[in-house]
Design a binder for this molecule. Structure first.
Ligand code: NAD
Ligand code: 6OD
Length: 486
């Protein structure tokens, strides 16, 4: 069967493909799709279509109209759940059950959550009373930010795209989406679904391509963009900041992490090993929140290392639709080479590989996929590059500590600052240590438990700004304060 062609979606229509690039399956190296690569002119057309929409009727829609639209999109996403599931799994190779429970389910939830938050939102207003007797009413009208560029990565493609698209639409913006070149399918389908739900032409545009010297660069350097929301690597975030700087545009960045977990000796060890295994190996370690450094209080070090090693060895690679599969491949052979280079580096820096460390041998065409062994290290020095740089694979360094002060200091000694997890039965300590983590999100006795109203983001190299609930709506709207003398 001929592979499908994924096209750019601009101004409410799919454009003729022009030049294409191949999207290759990380499961077995087969061709998933040919993808139309947007040229500069296509990106210009997309920005112009978005501008026309936001300056026209769409920019003046009321909050109830937009809330109703978000609910219709959620319903359509639900109706096309299986199509989105197939698209996401084809691109990423992740197990079907994971994509069903995490990626596509969260797409529905994202639209509903931002509909709820937007519907319940009040207006900022103040009664001003000055000492000389003058009085005034102040209220802030919230207007769309305008034309927003949405650039997203490949690890949770639909989840992360809808996490930005839903609040952008809630705020009345028009968007140009640049999905990752590794995961073009679900974004293309989502454009179709938005049209089915009644999103007006030009409000949602999708351009495919790469970063530098391609759609990513042409979008972020475009002078008519009003803001960029980006999720991806910290170095890419820095490049995007440079790109928007001449036009002084706002950015919202969710970037990389080198996240720590701290396990105290009093923790419920069975629950902790479950939680840690999930936090290290979910999505083959390709979640920005994944734990790559585990600090273990010395009395429980050996027991937790053994428990995690058992969990790593029990993971079953295989085809996404095989019910016995519990772990997928990395996204690409290129990414596998990067992760393997860290496996080698860690050993050269003094680590002992407790389990894993290489490529599994798999039968048939799977040997052409980007498969990798889940891996655990002990003995990695604190200053080793493998202990400080984000690997973004199924791997963690396991490090002993003695005191709370020591664990807090080691966990915070990083240029990143995305997430942390603390495992203890002593909740007083749990609150205290979680609060001392220099991160955007700190969990106690859990990991990746999400309330979509809570602030999500990072400090340091991990990002700029917060998304989630009201925090997203702040980025996607511009207030105009009106002050009326009374
Ligand atoms: P990436 O930065 O390589 O690519 C992300 C997107 O940016 C892609 O669409 C890519 O085409 C585009 N891009 C690349 N260079 C660009 C440029 N110069 N200008 C404009 N666009 C450009 O990231 P990735 O490899 O796709 O994803 C993995 C990274 O994302 C990891 O570092 C991970 O931690 C991070 N991430 C962070 C979060 C978070 O919420 N903090 C979530 C998911 C992933
Ligand atoms: O749960 C979310 O809202 C979110 N943004 C998750 C990001 C995961 C990173 O890979």
């Amino acid at each position: 069967m001929a592979a499908k062609t994924l096209r750019n979606y601009v101004g409410g229509a799919f454009l003729p493909p022009g030049n294409t690039f191949d999207k290759i399956s990380p499961v077995d190296g087969s061709l998933v799709a040919q993808v139309a690569e947007a040229d500069r002119n296509t990106v210009d057309q997309a920005v112009a279509a978005a501008r026309k929409a936001v300056d026209g009727a769409w920019g003046n829609t009321s909050v109830p109209e937009r809330v109703a639209l978000l609910r219709r999109i959620a319903d359509r996403v639900e109706a096309r759940f299986d199509d989105l599931l197939a698209a996401e799994v084809a691109d990423t190779g992740k197990p079907l059950a994971l994509a069903r429970e995490l990626d596509v389910a969260r797409a529905v939830a994202n639209f509903r959550a931002f509909a709820d938050v937007t519907a319940a939102r009040g207006l900022d207003s103040f009664l001003t009373e000055l000492p000389d007797g003058r009085r005034a009413l102040n209220y802030a009208l919230r207007k769309p930010l305008g034309v927003v560029g949405i650039i997203v990565p490949w690890n949770l493609p639909l989840l992360l795209l809808t996490w930005k698209l839903a609040p952008a639409l809630a705020g009345g913006n028009a968007v140009v989406i640049k999905p990752s070149e590794e995961t073009p399918s679900s974004a293309t389908l989502l454009a179709e679904i938005c049209a089915e739900a009644g999103v007006p032409d030009g409000v949602v545009n999708v351009v495919h391509g790469f970063g530098p010297d391609s759609a990513g660069e042409w979008l972020t350097t475009h002078p008519d963009l009003d803001g960029v929301t980006f999720t991806g690597e910290s170095a890419t975030g820095a490049a995007i900041m440079r790109a928007v700087a001449p036009h002084v545009r706002p950015v919202s960045f969710e970037l990389g992490g080198k996240n720590a977990a701290i396990v105290f000796a009093d923790a419920d060890l069975s629950r902790t090993v479950d939680g840690l295994a999930r936090s290290i190996f979910t999505n083959t370690g390709q979640v920005c929140l994944c734990t790559e450094r585990v600090y273990l209080q010395r009395p429980v070090f050996d027991e937790v290392v053994a428990g995690l090693a058992d969990r790593a060895r029990a993971l079953r690679p295989g085809r996404p639709d095989d019910p016995s599969t519990t772990t997928g491949p990395l996204i690409s052979l290129a990414h596998r080479e990067k992760v393997l280079s860290y496996y080698r580096l860690a050993e050269s820096e003094g680590a002992t590989t407790v389990t894993g460390g290489g490529v599994p041998s798999l039968a048939g065409s799977l040997d052409r996929g980007a498969w990798i062994e889940p891996t655990l290290w002990t003995g990695l020095p604190h200053d080793a590059r493998a202990a400080r740089e984000e690997v973004f694979g199924p791997v963690a360094a396991l490090i002993p500590f003695d005191t709370e002060e020591e664990a807090t200091r080691l966990a915070n000694d990083t240029r990143y600052g995305l997430a942390a997890a603390v495992w203890t039965r002593d909740l007083e300590r749990g609150h205290r240590v979680a609060g001392r983590m220099r991160v955007g999100m700190s969990w106690v006795n859990t990991w990746f438990l999400r309330d979509l109203r809570s602030p999500f983001g990072g400090v340091g190299l991990s990002g700029i700004g917060r998304e989630g609930g009201e925090h997203s709506l702040h980025f996607y709207t511009e207030p105009t304060n009106v002050c009326v003398a009374l």
